[in-house]
Design a protein around this ligand. Structure first.
Ligand SMILES: [Zn+2]
Ligand SMILES: [Zn+2]
Length: 269
């Protein structure tokens, strides 16, 4: 049983294809469940469409949901299409995001930290200006934000947990073991899943988010796991699903999960 909960499409301004292309790619890759999860608009901004190459306009949001719901009906019996979204988490704007999303029947919401202290997690220049102890502080702040997102009650899934290594592979060597462990404890207590996100290969770090070391700690604390390719082109749907399943089994996981109407569905590994 194969599934993929993390996919994008043209609306975000940096992905190829339309939603139907991702569903068709999922069928071609023998998936039984495909989650559509484009980036949320910047609900916390005054502007209608502040970053056209990062996410959809606020006015695109309703059409996005309606299109997924329509395709969900159309593909019934062929593949299960889930209505998801990848939501940014800004503590100061959490309420406005929650309100905007509460009007729609999402199967699940993926919570993502894409900014730390106002700078993109993928901006490698951040690290050049920092002393070693400031680097530790920024890494701890990243995991602090992930903990806050887990405790917000807004999400079912925590996105790409160590994606800050994306364009700065040395991130993994900055010591912040306690912050990571504490974060996984909080995620387990909050009943959320972390995704194994195979899009690391599209960045300098290569590989997956999170690292196997983090997955081992996640397993120790009983954190649920799920799968997301984070495909920004249809050909990446389901990318490395089997390889991830194999490694999870080696670590000791027995199952992974997806969400339907925000209810957890366990899938044996
Ligand atoms: Zn994206
Ligand atoms: Zn993301």
């Amino acid at each position: 049983m194969k599934f993929d909960l993390h996919t994008h499409h043209f609306r975000c301004g940096h992905a190829d294809g339309n939603i139907r292309d991702y569903i068709e790619a999922a069928i071609a890759a023998d998936l039984q469940v495909i989650g559509i999860s484009d980036h949320t608009p910047y609900f916390g901004s005054e502007e209608e469409h502040p970053f056209p190459s990062i996410s959809m306009a606020k006015s695109d949001f309703d059409g996005y949901v309606q299109e997924v719901l329509q395709l969900k009906r159309e593909y019934e019996g062929k593949i299960k299409v889930l209505l998801g979204i990848e939501s940014d988490f800004f503590p100061e704007h959490a309420n406005v995001y929650q309100q905007a999303m509460s009007a729609y029947p999402f199967d699940y919401i993926i919570g993502s930290i894409h900014h730390v202290r106002g700078v993109s997690i993928f901006n490698k220049n951040r690290w050049k200006k920092l002393t070693p102890s400031e680097q530790v502080a920024d890494k701890e702040e990243y995991f602090n934000l992930i903990r806050q997102s887990a405790q917000s009650g807004m999400f079912q899934i925590i996105a790409h947990m160590d994606a800050m290594k994306g364009n700065y592979p040395l991130f993994s060597e900055i010591k912040a073991d306690e912050a990571i462990e504490e974060t996984l404890k909080v995620i387990a207590e909050s009943g959320l899943a972390i995704e194994i996100n195979t899009s690391g290969k599209t960045k300098l770090c290569g590989g997956w988010y999170p690292s196997n070391e983090i997955l081992e700690v996640a397993h120790h604390y009983g954190v649920d796991v799920t799968f997301g390719s984070d495909a920004h082109k249809p050909s990446r749907v389901g990318d490395e699903f089997e390889e991830v399943a194999k490694v999870l089994k080696e670590i000791g996981f027995k199952e992974w999960v997806y969400y339907e109407q925000k209810q957890k569905v366990a899938v044996p590994l």
